[in-house]
Write a protein that binds this ligand. Structure first.
Ligand code: HEM
Length: 493
């Protein structure tokens, strides 16, 4: 009995401390929905529908509002002006991350690039990572060659379905794993390789354990891990697998490392260590490689999946895109990155998918690194900030008919891409100090994937399946917005 009294008392003390946080007074000028004592707005936001709930709160409370999660204050920025001020004008002041939760610490995510707070070490690691990723950018033969080879394998799998309905997501996912592991660790896997399945399982474990709305109870009451908490079990499994699998790759690389022949990201980080940078311990390399692996799969999978759904719903757009691919690439060679400039319609579609779906709806939560302000409101140091890209990308003051898929909005009267200033009204990769570490690489892979699909197939709806919704308000939020399962038919051209 006494153990429950202790737990109860600790929980009350914990909640009281949060309730009387002095940050609340400074943030009191910012509007926001009234919550209930101690829990605040925690029960008013449905974690898997955060993107929808925040949209309706924006209607009532405007461009900047605040939420209270059991005493934790979160400021939500919804307009272009507020987001630009935070991400671009005051980039450094908004570059922090929330690192002190039990789950981030247990997964060592506070050592990663994604969840690491902003400090000198972060700046150094991100610089290294971005220059290593540059090896994979547009001008790299390797990325185009490897991506095309893997995507061609995926297209061959689509052919094997022989015009019958199938769920394309598994094949897309495995293709993306192979492209990224090739570039991180010079590895690729056959479909039946048990290590591939282990990677898929442990990545799923992390996404389920770190997704919106899952496991917050573990952050508030870490002792729940001793009582069979399911989120904790998933994290335990994923941490063990990550350390075993990526740790094995690092060991292999150390045996064959040659500083004059950098094969992949692991080699690049080993060389940085050999050059005297102690930051890159074996364990840090494991965490960073895992970061890029995690970031590099789901994000891109959702874009390719959404494209397939949208092509089913907009056959006229698919026909136009196929004409463009036929006239620029033809049927006898693989698409290359040099084709991109001559394909404004495909580029406009990619831009529109990233806007319309906004599959990373509130970016990765930021935190202020100092006392600052936004939109005229004072914001104290260490306040959590949500960058509501979903609201920005569907703002009807900026985008005509924001809930319609209209790639033509990114084309001018001569069917050329609109200016970069126009395109910069969206922030699908974020901006400033915490901008995506691999934007060019991500864009290259998406371009090649979509161009290959268009070249080889016409995507249609299976007659006997219910058409799935491609409206992102119907998607649910995990680590990213997810369209859920759907089937397609791929008709060879
Ligand atoms: C279409 C694909 C992708 C989209 C739309 C995307 C978008 C984003 C967004 C919105 C953020 C958060 C920015 C913020 O917090 O303000 C981010 C961060 C990040 N992304 Fe991407 N991303 C994509 C693909 C990738 C890929 C392929 C990789 C790696 C191979 C990657 C690596 C990262 C990393 C490491 C961060 C953390 C950066 C930091 O915290 O400083 N992303 N990405």
């Amino acid at each position: 009995m006494w153990i429950f009294s202790c737990i109860f008392t600790l929980a009350i003390v914990f909640l009281l401390r949060r309730y009387f946080d002095p940050k609340k007074r400074i943030l009191s000028r910012i509007p926001g929905p009234k919550g209930i004592p101690f829990l605040g707005n925690a029960l008013q936001i449905d974690p898997i529908n955060i993107h929808r709930d925040l949209l309706s709160l924006k209607e009532t409370y405007g461009e900047i509002f605040k939420l209270d999660f059991a005493g934790d204050q979160v400021v939500v920025l919804n307009s272009h002006a507020a987001i630009y001020e935070a991400l671009v004008t005051k980039s450094k002041e908004y570059a922090g991350r929330v690192t002190d939760t039990f789950r981030t610490k247990y997964a060592d995510a506070h050592q990663s690039i994604f969840f690491r707070d902003f400090d000198n070490e972060f700046v150094k690691i991100k610089k290294y990572l971005r220059s290593a990723v540059k090896m994979y950018d547009d001008n790299s033969e390797k990325v185009v060659h490897r991506s095309n080879a893997e995507i061609q394998c995926c297209m061959n799998k689509f052919s094997v379905y022989n015009e019958q309905p199938f769920d394309p997501n598994k094949d897309i996912y495995k293709t993306l794993v192979n492209i990224i592991t090739e570039l991180l660790a010079s590895n690729r896997f056959e479909d039946d390789d048990s290590e591939l399945n282990d990677i898929i399982e442990y990545q799923r474990g992390f996404s389920e354990a770190l997704s919106a709305g899952v496991g917050e109870e573990l952050d508030m009451f870490p002792w729940l891990r001793y009582f069979g908490n399911q989120t904790f079990k998933k994290m335990q499994f994923s941490v063990t697998m990550r350390n075993r699998i990526i740790g094995g790759w690092v060991e292999e690389h150390k045996k064959s490392f040659n500083r004059d022949t950098i094969r992949d990201l692991i080699d690049a980080l080993l060389r940085a260590r050999e050059d005297g940078d102690a930051t890159f311990s074996d364990f840090r390399i494991i965490i960073l490689v895992d970061d890029m692996l995690g970031a590099g799969i789901l994000t891109t999978q959702v874009v390719v999946s959404a494209f397939l759904q949208l092509m089913i719903l907009h056959p006229e757009i698919q026909t136009r895109l196929q004409h463009e691919v036929d006239s620029v690439v033809g049927a006898s060679r693989a698409p290359s990155i040099e084709d991109r400039d001559a394909m404004p319609v495909l580029q406009a579609n990619i831009h529109e998918i990233l806007r319309y779906v906004s599959h990373i709806p509130i970016a990765v939560p930021h935190k202020t690194t100092t006392d600052t302000s936004v939109g005229g409101y004072d914001i104290p140091k260490s306040t959590q900030i949500w960058i509501n890209l979903f609201a920005l990308h569907h703002d009807e003051n900026i985008f005509d008919e924001p809930w319609s898929y209209k790639p033509e909005r990114w084309l001018d009267d001569s069917d050329q891409l609109v200016s970069i200033e126009e395109r910069n009204k969206t922030f699908p990769f974020g901006a400033g100090r915490r901008v995506c570490a691999a934007e060019q690489f991500a864009r290259t892979r998406v371009f090649l994937f979509l161009a290959n699909i268009l070249q080889r197939f016409t995507i249609v709806q299976p007659e006997d399946a219910e058409p799935s919704s491609a409206d992102p308000r119907d998607y649910t939020l995990g680590l990213v917005l997810n369209p859920g399962q759907f089937t397609i038919k791929a008709i060879p051209r």
